[in-house]
Design a protein around this ligand. Structure first.
Ligand SMILES: *Cc1c(COP(=O)(O)O)cnc(C)c1O
Length: 371
């Protein structure tokens, strides 16, 4: 809608969105998805610069024209080994990976089942596919089962692994069972688990021991714990070849810069070997949860680096985010329509580069501001 009165209405409702320019030097950042602190890692930056000297900045074209480099290919092979899948395919963003994959796999006459709290890119993929679009209440397996038994055509169940605005984990074992019983495909978006969970950082599928047979379509992003940019889909040879033939967001777009692929290869090595990053991150999360519970802060049921505090009112959430900024902490307010009405929140995220003292000071400030 192009009208200034629409913008005025959003302002009156406390739902107006604006961009802040971020200067990390003066505030402690508690809203980034750079969970392992790799976005500014020296080794990753050096790999990026080196590769830029060799390959240049841009990839020059789409993968299927002449944009597919050795750097991309090597990264795809390494990500397949990392996730325990036959193959992977790089996409330019997670949004594009989700929309393109869902659209390549289902269409008119099929059915797609999505958790109500799924990421917007998964919902947009389901809606644009033309398949019968069914949303089930958050993690409601009974409801999902009912919907599955009532549907025809190819069935695709789609879920976030860790829910991006709530931080809780989908019941993946149960979803995998339901999928098998109903001859449905299961697609899991592990944007927030990858690098963070599992012994080597392989994410939810490693942590829960879910094979390619259990989760045949796995999506991961590179702009979060990997600290770089882009995304990938992991699964069978047949899945990947199908996407190469028909995922329009893969075919009709410029390939990621090869230097990004090289930087990601460096970051993958760090993810696998520097286990202290995951351990430290978990310690900070525990410190926050224990402290917040003692202060009776409105925690949500999450064990992940995403720790939202439920505020409710959109104006109040925005005001608190502003007060936190004045106190030196960058914490974003998340409001509808990103989250349901009346469920505005402060979304606090942790990084392995935070220190125990940062968390202690954040807790003190939250207490002082009477959140
Ligand atoms: C961030 C995110 C995406 C989108 O990934 P981009 O690479 O930023 O486009 C998709 N799904 C989930 C759950 C995410 O959190």
């Amino acid at each position: 809608m192009l009208s200034s009165s629409h913008l005025e209405i959003l302002k009156a409702q406390g739902l107006y969105r604006s961009r802040r320019m971020i200067d990390d030097k003066t505030v402690v950042n508690f809203c980034s998805n750079d969970y392992l602190g790799l976005a500014k890692n020296e080794t990753v930056i050096a790999a990026f610069k080196n590769a830029a000297d060799i390959y240049g900045v841009g990839s020059g074209s789409a993968h299927l024209i002449c944009g597919h480099s050795h750097a991309h290919h090597a990264l795809e092979e390494e990500l397949a080994e990392f996730t325990g899948r036959e193959r992977t395919l790089l996409f330019s963003t997670g949004y594009m990976a989700n929309v393109g994959t869902i659209n390549a796999l289902i269409g008119r006459g099929d059915s797609v089942f999505e958790d109500k709290l799924n990421h917007a890119s998964l919902l947009d993929g389901g809606l644009s596919s033309g398949a019968n679009f069914k949303r089930y209440p958050h993690a409601d397996l009974e409801r999902l089962e009912k919907l599955l038994t009532l549907s025809n055509g190819q069935k695709l169940i789609v879920t976030d692994g860790i829910f991006s605005m709530d931080g809780d984990v989908a019941p993946l074992w149960e979803l995998a069972d339901l999928a098998k019983q109903n001859a449905a495909l299961l697609m899991v978006d592990d944007a927030h688990g990858l690098g963070v969970l599992g012994k080597t950082g392989g994410g939810l599928v490693e942590e829960l021991n879910l094979t390619q047979d259990d989760v045949p379509i796995l999506m991961g992003t590179l702009g979060k714990a990997f600290g770089t940019f882009g995304a990938f889909i992991a699964g069978s040879e047949t899945l990947i070849e199908t996407l190469i033939q028909s995922a329009r967001t893969y075919i009709y777009t410029t390939a990621l810069p090869p230097a990004i692929a090289e930087a990601t290869r460096a970051s993958l090595k760090i993810i696998i070997h520097e286990t202290w990053r995951r351990e430290k991150l978990q310690a900070l999360i525990t410190q926050f949860k224990v402290g917040a519970a003692q202060l009776a802060l409105p925690l949500m049921p999450s064990n992940s680096p995403i720790q939202p505090l439920l505020i409710g009112d959109s104006f109040r959430a925005t005001q608190m985010s502003q007060q936190l900024l004045e106190a030196g902490f960058l914490v974003s307010a998340i409001r509808p329509p990103t989250v349901p009405k009346g469920k505005a929140r402060l979304r606090i995220t942790f990084s392995a580069l935070h220190e125990a003292d940062d968390v202690a000071r954040l807790l003190e400030t939250l207490h002082r501001l009477k959140i």
